[in-house]
Design a protein around this ligand. Structure first.
Ligand code: SF4
Ligand code: SF4
Length: 185
């Protein structure tokens, strides 16, 4: 009796195993032939913080207020600035220690001037740790593809639909922020 039961159980288990094998055998492969094939990144993917620039002047929108540097939990952002003749800060350099960045997005969210964006780039590794200190020019280049995008790199169609609403209706929270021409802290 026990032997028959064992044979029955083994057969059921074997059939179940074969079922899983066949199911996966017919599936489309998920392996990508990287780097010839690239993944389609999901909306909201976080690669690295980058600087947005003014679309007319091409210069970084950053006002050197330093809020992102104070917000970063790991202290990875350093701002080098001078006080201009009109008492506004002028950004000399913006350094991000990219090798330690945990892409938490807090710096992007804290920027009151929409000067930062979370870029999609993920091929940023280097053998030389010193090259993982990204400076202003490189961060501006990384941010170029997003100059006309939602700074929070979220759903473009949603934002466009919100902007198309008739006057008087509530606008998205991001629009309440001061523009890049506003004064820094
Ligand atoms: S403007 Fe934004 S990116 Fe520039 S220092 Fe202030 S918070 Fe950072
Ligand atoms: S993403 Fe997070 S860890 Fe990286 S620089 Fe911004 S605040 Fe710091």
């Amino acid at each position: 009796m026990n032997t028959l039961e064992d044979i029955y159980r083994s057969s059921v288990s074997f059939a179940k195993g074969l079922g899983v094998t066949f199911k996966n055998f017919l599936r489309k492969p998920v392996t990508l032939q990287y780097p010839d094939e690239r993944p389609v990144l999901p909306v909201g993917y976080r690669g690295i913080p980058a600087l947005l620039s003014d679309k007319e002047t091409g210069k970084a929108r950053c006002t050197a207020c330093g809020i992102c540097a104070r917000t970063c939990p790991l202290g990875l952002i350093k701002i080098d600035s001078v006080l201009g003749p009109d008492k506004k800060r002028i950004l000399n350099d913006y350094t991000l220690e990219a090798g330690r960045c945990m892409v938490c997005n807090l710096c992007v969210e804290s920027c009151p001037f929409d000067s930062l964006v979370m870029a999609n780039d993920y091929e940023l590794a280097d053998y030389d740790p010193d090259k993982l200190y990204f400076h202003k020019d490189r961060l501006v280049e990384l941010g170029r593809p997003y100059e006309h995008s939602d700074p929070f790199h979220v759903d473009e169609p949603k934002k466009a639909a919100a902007e198309a609403k008739p006057a008087g209706e509530a606008k998205p929270a991001g629009e309440a922020k001061p523009g890049p021409g506003g004064e820094g802290a």
